[in-house]
Ligand binder design. Sequence first.
Ligand SMILES: Cc1ncc(COP(=O)(O)O)c(C=O)c1O
Length: 271
Amino acid sequence: MVPLEQAQVSVEDRGFLFGDGVYEVIRAYGGHFFELGAHMRRLQHSAEGARLALGAIAEDLPALMRRLLVQNDLQDTNMYVQYTRGVAHPRAHAFPSEAKPTLLVMPLAIHSLPEGAVNKGVRAISLPDLRWQRCDIKSTMLLPNILAKQQARERGAFEAIFVRDGLVTEGSSTNTFAVFQGILATHSSGPHILGGVTRDAVVRLASTIGVVLREEAFTLEQLCQADEAFLTSTTSEVLPITQVDDRRIGHGRPGPVTLRLREAFLGIARG
Ligand SMILES: Cc1ncc(COP(=O)(O)O)c(C=O)c1O
């Protein structure tokens, strides 16, 4: 454990050279990690998909993360975990015969959301989903997501929503939900989306507040005609979307189902 400015990684680390690694972002509320078990299962899933062995880290990580919280005197923060295939010499695409994986764990400050994001909702743009066929692996290889998010920023939007084969998959760093005549819909889990921990929590919460849910993809046109839409992620929680491209969603205000789910989500996360 070292101060952030003293932490170093080799220039030959495959995470640096190839984006050959997986990661997690876990949020702590009041000193407690939200859905830590789900994050650990997803890390395991990502590591398996990347053919990386987690080994003892699978057991040690929760305690390590808690120590970081305590030593930094943090209550509400995000924790970033990155696990790469490690240092290999010389650079070559195929796995090295011997390499020791690199583990990085560091607290990440929670970014405040843009002014009015929760009360007024955010704007999103739509873009073709140019990513690969294993979006369920939370890989550090994020160039398509980064380019999409930057395009959103340059067009004054909060998020870029991906469309693959005519269907809305998810956002560049969020999952996407829409409400059609009281029925909640989101893309089914599988290789075309990241299985969001927040998404899964909202899916479970829907039934507890009496909202019918369909894990079924919708088209961009359907999203634009939805009564409500929102995005979910560890960092954004449940955030209303009130505009997609130049189209207003519903009445252009956060909708009642979104707000109820947001409240229910914050209840369990903060509770
Ligand atoms: C592509 C993508 N989809 C969805 C999410 C939301 O996942 P979670 O709710 O686990 O933060 C993220 C989070 O970073 C993401 O990068």
